[in-house]
Design a protein around this ligand. Structure first.
Ligand SMILES: [Zn+2]
Length: 479
């Protein structure tokens, strides 16, 4: 969320009594993940060779389309073949009755603060921004690890195979490394965007040591290239304007390091105009992702298009906090690369990206007062190939296309909430919950199978998050 708008949106009370309630997992303990103090290398399944047969393939590839009774052959993490008559190879996985599609692509998520799931309640002084700042300042690297790992595990469990970890509580290099290690431990594909510590005054420059250290050591942190590095930037405004001598060197340093930049802008209609100053300052580009852009005028959308900046919107939090409706159709009409994001579980509660994609479609239809403004297929594209394009990854993920990396999911529509199968695109968008996601594969590694997480211990993930939260609450001395 954009801190600029905190004065307008400081609402909500802590529902601390509910924080101990964690999601329940039914799968057995199958393997151990890397420890919080580990190197970032995780004990993940091997990339094998297998062929999923007889499935309904929703490829999200413009040329291939949907293929009923299709097969997909995966070898060494790559999609080798997709179609009706695939010779295949390796283990045969029966996909009969399943809908197989690319894993969802998430584009902006403060995963570290998942410890504070659903804490934003009903009183202004206990709303999202003041509380995250207060609790965030008490977090250790292990707390960051516990929060981000919980988020990444939830992502895998609900069919999201790529996340953009927007880490704006980097209190030291160890905090940033903990975020990266948590992503690596779960085996998810990701970008880690290294930010600043919560509570840092706008008059104080962000210490560049963590970002520079990560950039220098990235090879050993990237989980064999599955995770990339970016910079989460405060921008020109937060609670108020930030001076150029503060923000410009931060921006320039990211460009010097060659890492992409991401920044919150214009969350609400009454927010200060932030897009035009960025444009005029030469602070946009293909490597500068803009978050929210809810108040962008048509002229500002033209500026974004001209500069080449991708955009991310998060209807789940934008509607929840009362910013306003996202401008999804308007942004797409300009040809601007757009992705959908979770933003923060503190506001969304659960972080099932299918549910947020449904909100994206529904909010467009509500604005247009039409049942037909946005199709289910368009919403699913935003969550797959569109999101991948916005992150600069559409050449390697986002569709079931031979030659791309094998990030895919199989959905079983046999449960009470999904039966019976009518139109696959509408059904997947409107009904898929984590319990329907049977299989999740990232880079050819099977991380969920038969509805059970295969490469991490959910009980340990939840227990560690509970312990971390208890410690933060104790140190924060808040209740
Ligand atoms: Zn945000």
């Amino acid at each position: 969320m954009c801190e600029l708008c905190r004065r307008h949106f400081m609402r909500g009370a802590l529902a601390l009594g509910t924080l101990g309630l964690a999601q329940k997992f039914s799968s057995p303990l199958l393997a151990q993940t890397g420890p919080a103090t580990g190197s970032g290398g995780a004990k993940l399944p091997d990339r094998g060779e297998f062929t999923i047969t007889g499935a309904y393939l929703m490829t999200m590839d413009g040329a291939l389309g949907d293929i009923a009774g299709g097969s997909i052959h995966v070898k060494n993490g790559e999609i080798v073949a997709v179609g009706k008559d695939v010779a295949g190879g390796g283990e045969k996985i029966d996909g009969a009755g399943m809908i197989v599609m690319p894993g969802l692509v998430e584009t902006h998520w403060h995963m570290w603060n998942t410890l504070y799931r659903s804490f934003a309640g009903d009183k202004p002084e206990e709303g999202y921004f003041p509380t995250v700042a207060r609790f965030g300042q008490q977090m250790t690297p292990d707390d960051i690890f516990a929060g981000t790992r919980l988020a990444a595990a939830e992502a895998i469990n609900s069919g999201t195979t790529y996340v953009h970890s927007w880490c704006h509580n980097v209190r030291s290099t160890a905090h940033a490394e903990a975020d990266v290690r948590a992503l690596a431990a779960v085996g998810i594909r990701a970008r880690h965007s290294c930010g600043w510590p919560q509570g840092l005054p706008d008059t104080q420059a962000v210490d560049q040591t963590p970002l520079e250290t990560l950039a220098r050591n990235w090879k050993s942190l990237s989980n064999d290239g599955l995770i990339t590095l970016g910079m989460a930037w405060r921008g020109q405004f937060r609670a108020g304007p930030i001076k150029p001598e503060i923000y410009q060197p931060e921006f320039d340093n990211a460009r010097k390091l060659g890492v992409p930049i991401t920044v919150h802008v214009a969350s609400a209609r009454k927010a200060v105009n932030q897009i035009e100053p960025l444009y005029k300052g030469g602070l946009m580009g293909k490597d500068v992702q803009l978050i929210h852009t809810l108040s962008a005028s048509p002229t500002e959308l033209d500026m974004i298009k001209e500069a080449g900046s991708p955009v991310s919107v998060s209807p789940g939090t934008e509607l929840r906090i009362g910013y306003c409706y996202p401008q999804i159709s308007e942004t797409l009409a300009k040809g601007i690369p757009l992705g959908i994001s979770i933003d923060t579980s503190a506001l969304t509660g659960s972080s099932n990206l299918f549910a947020v994609l449904k909100l994206a479609r529904d909010s467009e239809n509500a604005k247009a007062e039409s049942e037909f403004k946005m199709t289910a297929r368009q919403a699913l594209e935003l969550g797959t190939i569109g999101g991948a394009r916005s992150m600069g990854l559409d050449a390697s993920i986002g569709s079931l296309t031979p030659g791309k990396r094998a990030d895919l999911i199989a959905i079983s529509p046999n449960a009470l909430n999904m039966a019976v199968v009518t139109d696959p695109a509408h059904l997947v968008l409107e009904a898929t919950g984590p319990e329907n996601v049977d299989t999740v594969i990232v880079d050819g590694r099977i991380l969920k199978r038969g509805g059970k997480l295969a490469a991490l211990n959910p009980s340990e993930v939840v227990a560690d998050a509970r312990t971390a939260l208890a410690g933060v609450r104790e140190r924060t001395k808040w209740r």
